[in-house]
Write a protein that binds this ligand. Structure first.
Ligand code: CU
Length: 250
């Protein structure tokens, strides 16, 4: 009976260390004897996810016309809804790990500024319940108008003397930002109850650190390219590198 009881445990352990496939790889190479011992996060059972979000397709950058306040806003704007950099990297995609951090206290406050009639940053990830400070660095009238269904929408004028408006969003939701004064202004708030998230840089790169070992579901979202998920397995002290190829939504 004892042997039978132990079998599933042994099997699970073998899977966890990956030695059922390649038992010899447990020993580190002679050149780097300390690597497997000192890898970041190994002792805490945590690993790292790095990667890139790549646009698959042809893209020509768009321009948005500016119809008022040109002395502050400029004569025209790059369309921020799809920014593709070198190698096809997509800026402003959100990558997060689903189901990790639910119920955790908001980790940080967020700031969304209005600079030359653009939202900076264009995409923000906001922990549910955290305070968002909307700043107006332009010295002209804007208004913050959220397009939401789960959280109560709000629409507040922000004249030049009102430098900050503070607001919080209690429930996870992807919320569009609009300014009714300047029709080209768009931004996004990804309100989330996950604590592992990143917004891609201009080359499409992202990094998630101190991720607990185990199998996780990564969620990728981009305003123009839609959303998708992928399962990833993290092992303590190791880095998983991923590439996501996204196409235009049909
Ligand atoms: Cu505005």
């Amino acid at each position: 009976m004892k042997r039978l009881n132990k079998l599933p445990v042994c099997f699970a352990l073998l899977l966890a260390v990956g030695c059922s496939k390649e038992p010899e790889q447990k020993s580190p190479p002679a050149k780097e004897p300390a690597q497997s011992v000192t890898a970041p996060g190994a002792a805490q059972g945590k690993g790292t996810i790095t990667g890139k979000v790549i646009f698959k397709g042809s893209h020509s950058p768009g321009r948005l016309s500016v119809g008022k306040d040109r002395e502050v806003c400029g004569d025209g704007k790059s369309d921020p809804s799809l920014l593709v950099g070198g190698g096809g990297g997509v800026k402003n995609a959100v990558v997060q790990i689903a189901g990790l951090g639910e119920g955790a206290a908001p980790s940080k406050a967020a700031v969304v500024d209005q600079v030359k009639c653009e939202y900076v940053p264009h995409v923000s990830v906001i922990p549910a319940g955290a305070t968002v400070t909307f700043k107006n660095s332009d010295g002209i009238l804007h208004n913050i108008h959220t397009v939401s269904q789960i959280n109560s929408p709000f629409n507040r004028a922000q004249p030049k003397f009102l430098k900050e408006i503070k607001e919080s969003f209690a429930k996870p939701e992807i919320i569009a930002l609009r300014c009714d004064v300047h029709g080209w202004m768009t931004g996004w708030l990804m309100v989330t109850d996950n604590v592992y998230f990143a917004v891609t840089e201009s080359d499409g790169a992202f990094k998630l650190t101190d991720v607990p070992a185990g199998k996780h579901t990564l969620e990728i979202w981009h305003e123009k390219l839609g959303s998708s998920t992928q399962t990833v397995e993290i092992k303590a002290g190791e880095t998983v590198n991923l590439t996501f190829e996204l196409q235009m939504k049909k």
